[in-house]
Design a protein around this ligand. Structure first.
Ligand SMILES: NC(=O)C1=CN([C@@H]2O[C@H](COP(=O)(O)OP(=O)(O)OC[C@H]3O[C@@H](n4cnc5c(N)ncnc54)[C@H](O)[C@@H]3O)[C@@H](O)[C@H]2O)C=CC1
Ligand SMILES: O=C(O)CCC(=O)C(=O)O
Length: 421
């Protein structure tokens, strides 16, 4: 899958937001292009003794508001267009949450499921070797994303420490707790979305016992299913890259978690506890109240948006709804809680991790949850109010909110600054 026009699609949202603000055109011009994208070939030794190379990128899209921040993705379809677009979204996400960061992102084009653990560790270390000059605790701070996790962040933190000759935990977030990771980072992406939905439930007309469908059953997808189920909502369908299952009376989550923990697809549970096999492509059309896309970009598009029956789309994935699909969902009265707000819990707890690493003093899980809840509710409410006041979608409102903050920072740097050139 190529992502050639992903950034152009994303920039449509920037133009829509700019139309609601009186913004200097210089600001828009600056935000249309990535500041810096580094590319490298990572050459590693495979277990059979052969050498193999993988292409990799790290993009620092915009650092006006602070060091760039964003995850590293290991995926066979990754390309430079996807990386730059994800970094653009990070720029807006950090501004939405008022975090002192710009936006970055990285990727390796690889299917990590085909590598042994030792090969994966060599690849992760090679990534840090290649990009250590770009990365740094005051410059660019990576984190996990699709098919990367705490273990990989731990290897990268260790490699960086060896390169600079001292431990530097704040260089990367989403690390194992034993290496200075934060409590609460594991479920933070889903938890942020969950706090947002709970806070806006009355405004959204959402009652008890909602029916939820989850697309993608990894970090974000599994945790959102758990959190909603614990609140008495019913998870009626889930999918992953190999298939999907549904159950009208509610799926057995423990069975699904056990399948994923043993490396199997959710579809392997079909036939147990009333789980029925379905096509992963049909998941978006399942009869439900909340649809939580938690996989990849462009999953809800012009061709399937009309099938969506949910009242609310909670975008835990980045960019799961195309701009054409957005228009269809809006016309059908479906509220989209946009990625740059809905999945911002992840980067927010990453920020907490970075703060704790720098102060060398660690917070309790209650402190993490309270702080995350406060920020999600504050920014979620502000965006809800903008959307009501201006009669615009939550997505456009989120971009308006972020763009105001970005414009203020770009202007504060001065008109002759290379930051704003
Ligand atoms: N991990 C994090 O902290 C954050 C992740 N996100 C976004 O959330 C989304 C998911 O990320 P993670 O949960 O971390 O990744 P993950 O690697 O833990 O899980 C990804 C899941 O998506 C599934 N998937 C892949 N292709 C699919 C397809 N075509 N149909 C259905 N499922 C498919 C995979 O099988 C897997 O279950 C991504 O868009 C990511 O950028 C956003 C904010 C933070
Ligand atoms: O935790 C972070 O720093 C970034 C997470 C991320 O990549 C994202 O929000 O898309």
């Amino acid at each position: 899958m190529s992502h050639d026009n992903l950034l152009d699609q994303a920039l449509v949202r920037l133009d829509e937001a700019a139309a609601h603000l009186s913004i200097d055109p210089d600001v828009i011009e600056k935000l249309k292009y990535a500041r810096e994208t580094a590319k490298a070939r990572l050459m590693i030794r495979m277990d059979d003794g052969s050498r193999k190379s993988f292409i990799a990128w790290r993009c620092r899209y915009d650092d006006t508001r602070g060091p760039t921040k964003g995850g590293i993705r290991f995926h066979p379809d990754s390309d430079v267009f996807e990386v730059e677009t994800l970094a653009f979204w990070m720029t807006f996400k950090c501004a939405v949450m008022n975090l002192p960061y710009g936006g970055g992102k990285g990727a390796v084009r690889v299917d990590p499921r085909k590598l042994s653990k030792a090969e994966l560790e060599r690849l992760s270390r090679a990534y840090m070797q290649a990009f250590a000059r770009v990365i740094g605790p005051n410059r660019d701070i990576p984190a996990p994303d699709v098919y990367t996790n705490a273990m990989i962040m731990g290897w990268m933190a260790d490699e960086y420490a060896q390169i600079v000759g001292q431990t530097e935990p704040a260089v990367i977030t989403g690390k194992p707790i034993a290496l200075g990771g934060s409590l609460g980072r594991d479920d933070a992406t889903a938890r942020g979305g969950y706090y947002l939905v709970r806070h806006l439930a009355t405004d959204l007309g959402l009652g008890q016992g909602a029916r939820v469908a989850v697309q993608g059953f990894g970090n974000a997808g599994q945790h959102i299913a758990s959190l909603f189920a614990a609140d008495g909502h019913k998870i009626v369908a889930v999918s992953d890259s190999s298939g999907a299952v549904k159950c009208d009376s509610g799926l057995n989550l423990q069975k699904l978690f056990a399948a994923k923990a043993s490396g199997q697809s959710v579809s392997s549970t079909a036939g147990e506890d009333g789980h029925e096999l379905m096509s992963a492509d049909d998941l978006v059309g399942v009869d439900c109240d909340i649809l939580a896309p938690s996989a990849l970009e462009n999953m809800i598009h012009e061709g399937n948006a009309a099938q969506v029956k949910a009242k609310i789309v909670l975008e835990l994935a980045n960019g799961p709804v195309t701009s054409e699909a957005d228009a269809i969902l809006e016309k059908n009265g479906i509220v989209v809680l946009p990625d740059i707000l809905a999945n911002a819990g992840g980067v927010t707890v990453s920020y907490f991790e970075w703060v704790q690493n720098r102060q060398g003093f660690y917070w309790t899980i209650e402190e993490i949850h309270d702080r995350l809840k406060t920020i999600m509710e504050r920014e979620g409410r502000a965006i809800w109010d903008i959307s009501r006041e201006k009669n615009i979608s939550m997505r456009t409102a989120a971009y308006v909110h972020a763009l105001g903050r970005l414009a203020e920072a770009i202007e504060a740097h001065g008109t002759q600054s290379f930051f704003t050139s």
